[in-house]
Design a protein around this ligand. Structure first.
Ligand code: SF4
Length: 351
C-alpha cells in the first residue's frame, strides 16, 4: 500500500464518516443510487432523498416497474434530472436483460446509462471491495493538490494524469475503506476553498500546501469567458376555483426533461394570448407576480409568474398516464409527478 493510501485509511478509521445511510447495507444497487445522487450534490442534501428513494424503490425491479413520473417525483428538488431518467432507464434494462440482477463485471456496469468509469469503479470498490480506482470531483481535487497537478481537470492530459495517479495509489487491500477515505477527505478537509490543511493526513507531502498553491490547484474548468447568461421566461399559473393548477409535461430531453411545469412563454404577451385562446373564460391578473430567480450551472433563469383564474372544467384526475401532456394539479391531493424546485416554490406561494 502506498504511503498516501496508508495515511488515508488510517485517517478514515479515526475521522471518516461511518454512519451514512448507504454504508449500512452496501449492495451494488444501494451504492449505485447513492453515487448517482451524490454527483453534484452534498451529502447532507442527499440523505433524506436517498432514504425516501430506497424506501419506495428498494431494488432494481421495483425501480424499473415504477412510472418515470414517480421516480422524478422522488427526485424533485435534487436537480440534474437526467440522473433520475438514466437510473430508471438502466433499471429497466437490467430487469429486461438479467431479471433485475445487478451485473458483476466492470464493463457491464459501465455500459449502463448514466454510469461512467468513476461511478462503475466506486460501485465495485464500495460494494465488493474489488480494486478499481475512482476519480470523482473530490478525488480529483485531492490528487491534483497532493501531487501538484496544475491545469483544469477537465482537460484531457490533466485528467489522464489524474487517472494514472488514482490507479497507482488505489491499494490492493482495504479498497472500500480507501475509496471512502479519499472521497471523504475531499468532501470535508480538502474542500474547494480554504482547505483544512492543518487537519489533513497528507499535509507533510502535499505539493499545493508546500508551495501555497491550494487556491490555484485545481485550476478552474476551461470554459469560454463569455458573461453568464440570464434567461427570462413567463410562467402562467392557470388556477381553477377549486385550487387546481394547469401543468404541462416537459419534453424528455433538455432542462427539467420529463418533469411537470407551469406553461412557459417567452413573453407576457404570448402567455396572455395562450390564456385567451386556450383557457376560455380565464381572467388574467392585471400585473405579473414578483419574479422568481433560479440558478442553473451555466445560466440564470428568471421566472415571471402570471396568474389566471380559470373556470372549473370538472376534470378530477387521481393519476397521470404515460402519454398525458397536461394535468390539473391539485395541491391538496397531489399526484406523484416530478416538479422543478422553482415551480414547487411558486405553487407553495399560492397556498
Ligand atoms: S494538505 Fe491541504 S491541499 Fe494538501 S491534500 Fe491536504 S487539505 Fe488538500
Amino acid at each position: 500500500m502506498s504511503a498516501l493510501a496508508e495515511a488515508l485509511v488510517a485517517w478514515y478509521r479515526a475521522h471518516g464518516r461511518h454512519d451514512l445511510p448507504w454504508q449500512r447495507e452496501r449492495t451494488p444497487y444501494r451504492v449505485w443510487v447513492s453515487e448517482i445522487m451524490l454527483q453534484q450534490t452534498q451529502v447532507a442534501t442527499v440523505i433524506p432523498y436517498y432514504l425516501r428513494f430506497i424506501a419506495r424503490f428498494p431494488d432494481v425491479t421495483t425501480l424499473a416497474d415504477a412510472p418515470l413520473d414517480e421516480v422524478l417525483h422522488h427526485w424533485s428538488g435534487l436537480g440534474y434530472y437526467a440522473r433520475a431518467r438514466n437510473l430508471h432507464a438502466a433499471a429497466q434494462r437490467l430487469r429486461n436483460e438479467s431479471g433485475g440482477v445487478f451485473p458483476d463485471s466492470f464493463a457491464a456496469i459501465a455500459s449502463l446509462p448514466g454510469i461512467g468509469r468513476s461511478t462503475a469503479g466506486a460501485i465495485i470498490a464500495l460494494s465488493r471491495g474489488e480494486r478499481f480506482p475512482i476519480l470523482d470531483g473530490n478525488v480529483k481535487r485531492v490528487l491534483a493538490r497532493r501531487f501538484g497537478v496544475a491545469g483544469p481537470p477537465n482537460e484531457r492530459a490533466v485528467e489522464q494524469r489524474l487517472w494514472a495517479l488514482a490507479d497507482e495509489h488505489t491499494p490492493h487491500a482495504d479498497v472500500a475503506e480507501y475509496t471512502q477515505a479519499i472521497m471523504d477527505l475531499g468532501a470535508t478537509v480538502c474542500v474547494r476553498s480554504r482547505p483544512l490543511c492543518a487537519l489533513c493526513p497528507l499535509q507533510a507531502d502535499c505539493n499545493a500546501h508546500r508551495t501555497h498553491r491550494q487556491h490555484l490547484i485545481p485550476a478552474p474548468r476551461a470554459r469560454s469567458c463569455a458573461a453568464r447568461r440570464v434567461r427570462e421566461v413567463v410562467m402562467l399559473i392557470a388556477q381553477r376555483a377549486d385550487g387546481a393548477v394547469l401543468l404541462e409535461r416537459r419534453p424528455a430531453q433538455g432542462i427539467w426533461g420529463g418533469l411537470w411545469c407551469l406553461p412557459e412563454f417567452a413573453t407576457e404577451r404570448a402567455a396572455r394570448g395562450f390564456a385567451a385562446a386556450e383557457l376560455q373564460g380565464a381572467e388574467l391578473a392585471a400585473r405579473a407576480l414578483a419574479p422568481v430567480p433560479h440558478a442553473f450551472t451555466h445560466f440564470d433563469l428568471v421566472i415571471t409568474p402570471l396568474l389566471a383564474r380559470c373556470r372549473d372544467d370538472g376534470e378530477r384526475r387521481v393519476e397521470v398516464r404515460e402519454g398525458d401532456r397536461t394535468l390539473w394539479y391539485d395541491m391538496r391531493a397531489p399526484v406523484r409527478v416530478g416538479l422543478p424546485a422553482p415551480v414547487q416554490q411558486i405553487l407553495a406561494s399560492l397556498t
